[in-house]
Design a protein around this ligand. Structure first.
Ligand code: MIG
Length: 687
């Protein structure tokens, strides 16, 4: 049951596509009060209520004890106290004696104080008075999430090749560097499906250009890579370089498609290309125009994109620099007050992403002029929408990979997201684990983090452990910042362990893709907290570092350096499968309860649930070479069971064809349990 309560005159966010009843009177469950001209909502939590949600946010799966600010931010320093990351996902579920969900659909900033100021008080503070509150009642947190997912509509569906292993770095500078990356992966038997092109592939950081010097015959090079089973995925930044004669700049200016200052001039922000204009993604013409530009790259053979810097991130504005200059000119360098020096430091480091700059430009929302800060959280989401609607025009039958850095709920229908600039820290591996279910709750299914960490120097063991988790995330991409230690799978000397771990992914793809597709098509979650599967188990409720992945397995990644394994809680008897590679495995039936599970740095433990089965195909070097005619089955059952695997060509869009379901079954044939399937079963490991 979903009710909606409309406050003021909300700016349309495009988040909700489903039906909700109009709520009468005061919003249910929340107490509303007015403070300093703002509306606040309070909810008194029971001591053991869990609060889930908020998608791409810091801290745990249970959000209690923290304060969060939904305000899309370019925040590469994701320490535990950071309140804002790149996305704004205002959905929470409180669950305990009762379960209730809230979605605060608001185009501007919203704060969630979840027991930070006062341990049992949840406080929601929208920054404006125009928003809609959706209240969702249900029998459990999981039920509420599914209702919410239905309300916000089906998630974006990625092509299957995007489930392959992908290698990225800021930046592979030219054709030869990319060739080298591909060559080494192939030589060392490390599977690979895509290489990313970061900003340096462009000509002067100009969107939709390719440097002729670095990529003299781009379409030919794209084909050369395709012939080796590798797709190239270029980045697109939000800012458009100001440069006479550059067609995108000229058109945007001529047709009034850029964000404007109060005086009507085009707003200017400094980003990678130097001075840029921001396309007005809040305007439908601008969206159509920008979206159509991706065609140039598609025509060169490109099949996927990542949209960056769309919070939008700003390094500086001329106004900011002028203020800083004035401040410096008036600064008393003879002062003996350390406070003044701290202020000086703040002023200089605060030139980027200034609130004041976000308050100084305007959008033309198809006739209505809106100041940016009022729709800040929708900007990146509408860049995703622009691209997706473009693809719909010129690639109506073929899926294009698309994911974005900034997002607002609603954009999950148009593309995936990656979680932005994390660091090569063990704590960020754990954050990645905890974030996955929260992202799924908010509709983001094609998602993942920079494996190995973006900033800082990665180590061999961190990358191995991170990959051992990353083999389960739909987006499995190793990415690192410029200036950091190399962290390709071959960068740490021996490559066998890396090749083995990545090869496990390739034998899991049919299962993972199937679970992903079913989650998309049924508004379900692929990554679930244990509590969603075992609601009556009070201990399972508290587990945050183990996840259910699809219907058949549970994972318990190791996320501590020098650990030789870890404690794992089994909410029921399970079959432990320790993968050393795609084909080398050890099996052990484990009883419900807590166990120490040894797992060396080159081993991946997977837990198969009772009366479930896991289909595995033979590993391959890329998805193009995946053979899904033959399967091995691991099953933990003494009874008849069935697994319905979703399988399609991975590229076309006729998702609802019933022929896409393949049944794997364990059946009693003349008193003996055996495997039955239209596929060839090469091996059955039955426990
Ligand atoms: O200011 O394009 O999050 O993945 O490598 C940094 C360079 C801009 C931020 C992205 C990151 C990308 C980087 N970009």
């Amino acid at each position: 049951m979903i009710k909606k309560y409309v406050y003021g005159n909300p700016i349309p966010t495009n988040a909700v596509v489903g039906e909700a009843e109009n709520g009468e009177g005061a919003v249910q469950y929340l107490s509303e009060l007015e403070m300093n001209g703002k509306l606040l909502f309070n909810y008194a939590m029971e001591a053991d209520d869990i609060v889930y949600g908020l998608g791409e946010a810091n801290r745990g799966l249970n959000k209690r004890g923290g304060i969060y600010r939904s305000f899309c931010s370019d925040e590469p320093n994701q320490t535990e106290d950071r309140q804002s990351l790149y996305g704004a996902h205002n959905f929470i579920v409180i669950t305990g004696m009762i379960s209730v969900g809230f979605f605060i659909d608001c185009a501007s900033e919203v704060k969630f104080d979840i027991g930070y100021t006062s341990p049992n008080m949840l406080n929601i503070e929208p920054s404006c008075r125009d928003f809609t509150v959706y209240v969702i009642e249900g029998k459990s947190a999981y039920d509420i999430v599914r209702q919410f997912r239905e309300l916000i509509g089906r998630s974006y569906i990625a092509p299957r090749w995007a489930f392959g292993y992908q290698q990225s770095r800021w930046s592979y500078m030219n054709e030869d560097e990319i060739r080298e990356v591909v060559r080494i992966h192939r030589e060392r038997g490390i599977p690979l499906d895509a290489v990313y092109m970061d900003i340096d592939y462009m000509d002067g950081y100009k969107d939709f250009t390719v440097s002729n010097e670095r990529f003299p015959d781009f379409p030919q090079f794209v084909q050369e890579m395709r012939d080796q089973g590798v797709r190239l995925v270029p980045i697109i930044d939000a800012g458009v370089k100001i440069e006479e004669g550059y067609d995108i700049y000229e058109e945007g200016r001529q047709y009034q498609l850029f964000c404007k200052r109060a005086d009507g001039s085009d707003f200017v922000a400094g980003v990678w290309p130097g001075r840029t204009h921001f396309p007005d993604f809040m305007n439908s013409n601008a969206r159509m125009w920008f979206g159509s530009k991706y065609k140039v790259l598609i025509d060169s053979g490109i099949e996927g994109f990542w949209n960056d810097m769309n919070e939008p991130a700003m390094f500086y504005t001329e106004e900011g620099i002028a203020e800083a200059k004035e401040y410096l000119e008036n600064f008393d360098f003879a002062t003996n007050d350390p406070g003044k020096f701290f202020e000086l430091r703040e002023r200089m480091s605060g030139l980027s992403n200034r609130m004041k700059d976000y308050e100084s430009f305007y959008h033309n929302m198809d006739g209505t002029i809106v100041r940016h800060d009022q729709v800040h959280n929708l900007y990146g989401a509408n860049m995703t929408r622009a691209a997706a609607e473009g693809f719909e025009q010129f690639s109506p039958d073929k899926r294009i990979l698309l994911f974005s850095r900034s997002s607002y709920i609603g954009s999950h229908r148009y593309g995936g997201i990656w979680t932005g600039d994390n660091q090569s820290w063990w704590s960020h591996l754990l954050l990645n684990i905890k974030m996955m279910p929260s992202l799924n709750m908010c509709g983001y299914l094609y998602t993942g983090a920079d494996l190995g960490g973006f900033g800082c120097n990665c180590t061999r063991d961190l990358l191995l452990r991170w990959l051992a988790f990353g083999i389960f995330t739909p987006l499995m991409r190793n990415h690192a910042a410029a200036g950091t230690r190399r962290q390709e799978a071959y960068a740490f000397g021996d490559t066998e362990d890396f090749a083995n771990i990545i090869s496990i992914r390739y034998s899991l793809i049919p299962y993972l893709y199937s679970e992903y597709m079913k989650a998309c098509l049924n508004n379900d979650m692929m990554f679930r907290p244990l509590a969603f599967e075992y609601p009556a188990d009070n201990f399972a409720r508290t587990v945050e570092d183990q996840l259910m992945v699809g219907e058949s397995i549970m994972i318990a990644p190791v996320y501590e350096q020098n650990a030789v394994g870890r404690y794992v809680y089994l909410p029921e008897d399970m079959l432990l499968v320790i993968f050393k590679s795609s084909s080398v495995r050890k099996y052990q039936i484990m009883k419900k309860g807590m166990h120490f599970i040894p797992a060396a740095v080159n081993e991946v433990p997977v837990f198969v649930r009772r009366n479930k089965l896991l289909p595995l195909c033979r590993t391959s070097k890329c998805t193009d070479e995946m053979d899904t005619s033959m399967f091995e089955i691991i099953a933990f059952t003494d009874d008849n069971i069935e697994y319905l695997m979703y399988e399609d060509d991975g590229i076309s869009k006729n998702y609802s064809d019933p022929d896409h379901y393949v049944s794997f079954a364990i059946k009693d044939v003349d008193g003996v349990l055996g495997a039955v399937s239209p596929k060839t079963i090469v091996k059955l490991s039955l426990f």
